[in-house]
Write a new protein. Sequence first.
Length: 419
Amino acid sequence: MPADSPNLTKLLLVGAGAITIGWGALAAQESLNISAATASVEGFGSTEDARQALERAQATAEFAQQRAVKFSQEASLATAEIDRLAKESAALAAQIQQSEADILAASAQLAILADQRAVLDARLAKRQQPLVRLTAAIQNMARRPIVLSALQPGSLRDTVYVRAVLETTLPQIREQTASLHSEVEQGRALESEAARSLAELQASETDLQNRRNELAALMRQQQEASRSNSALARREAQRALALAEQARDLDQLVGELDRAGLVREELATLAGPIMRPARPEASRVMPTTNATPRAQETSPPAQFQLPVHGRTITGFGEEGDAGIRSNGITIAPASGAQIVAPALGRVSFAGVYRGFGRIVIIEHENGWTSLITGLAQTSVNTGVQVIGGAPIGTAALRQPEISFELRERGEPINPLSLL
């Protein structure tokens, strides 16, 4: 046996050890776990959709936070109890929308991280295969008894060959091992970032539940404070519900509400349907016979905002499956999302209407009207005054869709144009 056989054995062991280190790093990478994660981009369609959702949620959270601060400051300056409660409830509604946006942002971030981790895992799996095979071969050679090597024909020649191969491949092995370490560190960084995002998600979910509980308690206080006006509101609500049962469609309902005196004079100029019905045959435009448009200021509502934030699934003017153009927009918000009044106004109808779920109609100044459908719950009554940002209800828990129309003297207006 040549004198350098022990050195060769050491060399074999060093080579095996170097590659084993790389394999150990891979094993460590495999042990990393992005907890939320089962959060994948599937819920967002694609990684790009998740990135867009993240940007949208961050902007929404910032906007909601600004409104929450504004309402809180106004509440602290209010002298009347009813005004203070209204501002406080609007502040809480804004905080709820902020928490909802924070949850969406954290979920989108986790989905993006999970996708990045999947890409990293696939790249590591591809690179590990040749190293695994080489590791196994070197470890087998390193464990071969020296005496047995000397007795086998051609073993010395093979040994010299293997030594030459190792001397040229070990630098490459070390380089690949270093590269593996770098990618493992990337995996650990992803894990750390995912842990932070998960913590933010859990904190936002806790904040959301607490704020919803606070809002529910505050709404009860508001109802108690406005009890003196509740009798009139109940009578108006009863008349509105009776008219809703009798009306053939939303067109007729608007006309009946007008004749009953529950809608202000500006609402008499509405000429079209409140919302496009699901049935094409129910989409006829029924003009209001007693409409008497007046020449007056028609500036849009002040401090206008969308009633809820989310992904727009139907844009203004888009044609639906039945070939009917949308008079508003349809938004897919978060599950159970908070819905707020788009601007200062008076609730002319709040309740269930066939084909549309729960709806809220808010009459603003200067002939502007907001029409919101698809709510799961409503938290306002017919006849009450609401400030912009006041909570008016919540979206459904499953597959929520909120449709929103804005009309100026009966003419549909793209609400996004006022933002």
